[in-house]
Design a protein around this ligand. Structure first.
Ligand code: NAD
Length: 347
């Protein structure tokens, strides 16, 4: 039976990356039925909102979505569709793995971090207002319930994936009540995993410096929303940039798979942007749907193509386009298919 998946192409570079990824996922042999849904500025005129209810309904029905980036106007206009979607569907865990790839010139060769970002509250709750003409207030919401929930997700992920340590990241020295509650909640949950998963905490500014200097000391990081957003871009930078950083937003009822990067409007429509991050998000989706071996095959095909270096996009130093990179991955998948004919041996 085909898996019905909501496909939100997004805008900017989103549609071309989504098409490349759809072709790769279809080439795995897993049967998908794609329900394409549009969101963002392009649907405002017709629906009066950038996130129409029928898009949310589609995800609720299918329980799984693959999503390209969506532009958010800066300083004015509608609130982020990406944030609204995570909040509306209570996709509380934002999982962002950052793993070194052979063939990419980066400062370190062996980075293997998993960022677990709380996705529903903190300063992203969007509660802000002007106080008179010359001041503004943003309210930072931290609850015990959401903090314990994300900490438990991080520890369960660590157990399920053979990881050794969870580090809670905070600024509880300054925000003693809000970040203090986040840290206290992480400590409470950590006690349940005592002896199985090591636990420690770091202040966020120190964490950034340590990640840049010695990323190999860290494993799974759990963070409130804002620090998680920032530190996951830092982690992406350690392993080759935004073009290769996948992500997943996971809740109880649904999961939405999307890259860390945004819509990079200046590259839109040029067949230039790197589809790796969205393809690897698709591999995370395959794992979520119960196909870990197929997910692994996609990841290996992508990693091999990047390691060989002959078919990479501009950001990785190559000159292959978005669709050409997808073609190379598809060819590699065909060659590695379990029932593919064995290569002919020369006499
Ligand atoms: P961005 O991630 O879109 O781009 C920053 C730079 O990173 C680009 O100029 C480009 O050099 C590089 N880059 C990003 N993705 C790439 C790819 N796939 N291949 C090659 N290079 C890539 O960040 P931004 O410019 O800050 O944001 C642009 C828009 O995207 C904004 O409206 C922002 O709100 C939105 N955004 C959306 C999401 C999302 O949909 N989840 C996430 C982040 C930003």
């Amino acid at each position: 039976m085909a898996h019905r998946v909501t496909l939100i192409p997004g805008d900017g570079i989103g549609p071309e990356l989504a098409e490349a990824t759809r072709r790769v996922l279809d080439a795995t042999g897993v049967a998908f039925e794609w329900e394409v849904q549009d969101a963002g500025e392009g649907v405002m005129a017709e629906h009066g909102t950038p996130l129409p209810e029928h898009v949310l309904e589609s995800i609720r029905r299918n329980k799984v979505a693959l999503k390209g980036p969506i532009t958010t106007p800066v300083g004015e206009g509608f609130r982020s569709v990406n944030v609204a979607l995570r909040q509306s569907l209570d996709l509380y865990a934002n999982l962002r793995p950052a793993r070194s790839m052979r063939g990419l010139e980066t400062r370190y060769e062996d980075v293997d971090l998993v960022i677990v970002r709380e996705n529903t509250e903190d300063l992203y709750a969007g509660i802000e207002h002007r106080v008179g003409r010359d001041a503004a207030e943003s309210i930072k919401i931290i609850t015990r319930e959401a903090s314990e929930r994300i900490a438990r997700f991080a520890f369960d992920y660590a157990v399920a994936n053979g990881r050794k340590k969870v580090t809670a990241v905070h600024k509880a020295n300054i925000m003693k009540l809000s970040d203090g509650l986040f840290l206290e909640s992480c400590r409470t949950v950590a006690a349940d995993y005592d002896g199985r998963i090591e636990f420690e905490d770091r202040i966020v500014d120190n964490m950034c410096m340590q990640l840049v200097q010695k990323p190999d000391l860290y494993d799974v990081l759990v963070l409130p929303n804002l620090y998680g957003d920032i530190v996951s871009d830092l982690a992406a930078g350690l392993v080759g940039g935004l073009g290769v950083a996948p992500g997943a937003n996971i809740g109880i009822q649904a999961a939405v798979f999307e890259p860390v990067h945004g819509s990079a409007p200046k590259y839109a429509g040029l067949d230039k942007a790197n589809p790796t991050a969205l393809i690897l998000s698709g591999a995370l989706m395959l794992r979520h749907l119960g196909y870990p071996e197929v997910g692994e095959r996609v990841e290996t095909a992508v990693r091999d193509i990047i390691a060989e270096g002959t078919s990479t996009t501009y950001d990785l130093g190559g000159s292959t386009g978005t669709s050409g990179f997808a073609d190379a991955v598809i060819d590699r998948l065909a060659a590695s298919a379990p029932n593919a004919p064995a290569p002919a041996t020369s006499a």
